[in-house]
Design a protein around this ligand. Structure first.
Ligand code: ADP
Ligand code: MG
Length: 495
């Protein structure tokens, strides 16, 4: 049998190579865009100030609430921080009624959310709830409020640790009267209307939550420096020196605690290099972008994250299949191996989990890959050679994503001088891609080492750990930090 198919696969794989010199070029450009984003608004990298000015070290204690509105579900949880890097979490999750997502007023939606929080408190924290009720009816004494972290995964213009106006709805939500309004205030007034003992203390981005959750749970007292997500999308947040965020002087915002001299910045790095000055750009990348619903946007994310890698692979496999000169996925001259109703013909028809599966399939006849091809794509009787060809291109796409992921990490480490000033730099990561794609971290680390300013010595200082549940424990920790900041700001103002 000819090895033309394998040669073709190897050739395509070479198009996905992302060599050390390109990584370095990417890092230069990232640093440039990063600095630009710290100086002004409306730049490629948003570099959003979060007003979170400290990170936890694992000794924090207390009971906090967190809610997460971002997709089809609304999640309410309470988190008990034990003060020894551990915590316990109680949660409930409910479907958001369709009519509230798109037709009602913002009042209806936030009233619904407040009702869910009330039900949660009655079930799980009834003592506290009733004590509050009694105090409220008697009109007595100091209020004991739950501080709540609000993870709101829609574009917001953040103006304070618990203040941010909605820029636009996404993901099927559409409640026009909320646009331009402070979503924390909307939730707070719905809570107040029900007389609930809850203060919306923080508006939370999930990447910042990832950083905070890792900082609390990681071993030792070293604070986490950066949080990154490689899941459906990709994004990161890191600790920046306050005096480098010069655009803060030009943004309208409420007061925040300046005493630490630092602030977490949400990079929004999915849109790194949207103008494609340094990112690799194969045919397949170009087609994917052209046929996406936001051409020209999220260009880094489109080469890195789970939502897109499957689609890149689909386009490569289809290209190899329809090539008349190749007998990839063809048996004999006329047999059609890919039936018309195969997901291989459907945009987004290949899930990124298939890449993980093919990459990790070590069996001699690649039985798992064959089973997946049959189950997901109705492709049967695939030869061992074709499976090898698939593995070759899968590997190339996955490895490029992991090496690209090193670009923002290296750039942020270099720009902040972190590897010079510290012996250990802690990074928290979350998302199915980094968690399940075989050796994702290994490829990422290879690329980090190849950047001269990181090198072997620098890469050794980097500790990477999975950080789960940024919108639960992470949000709780931001609420905690926010309530401490509030107290500090009050004290600063009193001076
Ligand atoms: P989210 O980012 O939405 O919070 P996840 O971190 O689970 O959720 O990421 C989901 C993304 O990861 C999807 O795009 C999915 O295709 C991809 N994915 C799911 N399982 C795997 C896997 N085993 N390997 C690689 N990618 C995966
Ligand atoms: Mg997630």
């Amino acid at each position: 049998m000819s090895s033309a198919v394998l040669e073709e696969a190897e050739q395509i794989a070479r198009e996905f190579e992302y060599p050390a010199a390109e990584v370095e070029r990417g890092v230069r450009e990232y640093i440039r865009e990063m600095d630009e984003g710290l100086r002004q608004e409306g730049t490629t990298l948003s570099q959003i100030p979060t007003y979170v000015t400290s990170v936890p070290n694992g000794t924090e204690k207390g009971l906090y609430l967190a809610v997460d509105l971002g997709g089809t579900n609304f999640r309410v949880c309470s988190i008990d921080l034990h003060g020894d890097t551990t915590f316990s979490l109680t949660q409930s999750k409910m479907l958001i009624p369709r009519e509230l997502m798109a037709s009602g007023s913002s009042k209806d939606l936030f009233h619904f959310l407040a009702r869910q929080i009330e039900a949660f408190l009655r079930i799980h924290h009834n003592e506290h709830f009733e004590a509050h009720e009694r105090r409220r009816l008697q009109g007595t004494a100091e209020e004991e409020l739950f501080d709540l972290g609000f993870t709101f995964s829609f574009p917001v213009r953040q103006m304070g640790i618990n203040k941010g106006t909605l820029i636009r709805w996404t993901k099927g939500f559409n409640i026009p009267d909320a646009v331009g309004h402070d979503v924390c205030a909307l939730l707070q007034s719905a809570l107040d209307e029900l007389g609930l003992p809850v203060r919306v203390a923080a508006l939370v981005n999930d990447t910042v939550g990832t950083l905070m959750a890792r900082s609390y749970t990681s071993p030792g007292e070293t604070g986490t420096f950066l949080g990154a997500i490689f899941g459906t999308g990709t994004n990161g947040a890191y600790v920046e020196k306050l005096d480098k965020i010069t655009k803060l002087a030009t943004i309208e915002h409420s007061d925040y605690d300046k005493s630490t001299g630092e602030m977490i910045v949400n990079a929004e790095w999915g849109s790194f290099d949207n103008h494609l000055s340094v990112l690799p750009n194969t045919h397949y990348d170009q087609q994917l972008d052209a046929e996406s619903n936001n051409p020209g946007w999220q260009m880094f994310e489109k080469r890195v994250s789970g939502m897109f890698l499957g689609e890149i692979l689909r386009r490569v496999l289809l290209h190899m299949y329809v090539n008349d000169f190749s007998d990839f996925l063809k048996v004999g001259a006329s047999d059609v191996v890919v039936p018309e109703n195969s997901n291989l013909y459907r945009q987004w028809g290949v899930d990124t989990s298939f890449l993980s599966l093919a990459e990790s399939d070590k069996s001699p006849n690649m039985e798992q890959t064959k089973t997946a091809l049959k189950d997901h794509f109705k492709i049967e009787n695939v030869s061992d050679r074709d499976c090898q060809a698939i593995k070759i291109v899968v590997h190339a796409i996955g490895k490029r994503a992991a090496r690209l992921s090193a670009v923002p990490l290296a750039a942020v480490l270099i720009s902040t001088n972190k590897l010079q000033s510290e012996d250990l730099v802690d990074i928290g990561v979350d998302g199915s891609l980094v968690e399940f794609y075989p050796n994702f971290e290994g490829y990422l680390r290879d690329a980090l080492r190849e950047v001269p300013e990181v090198g072997v010595a620098g890469e050794k200082k980097i500790r990477i750990g999975i950080s789960k549940d940024g919108s639960g424990v992470g949000a709780a920790l931001i609420a905690l930090v926010a309530s401490k900041e509030k107290a500090k700001v009050k004290a600063q103002q009193a001076l």
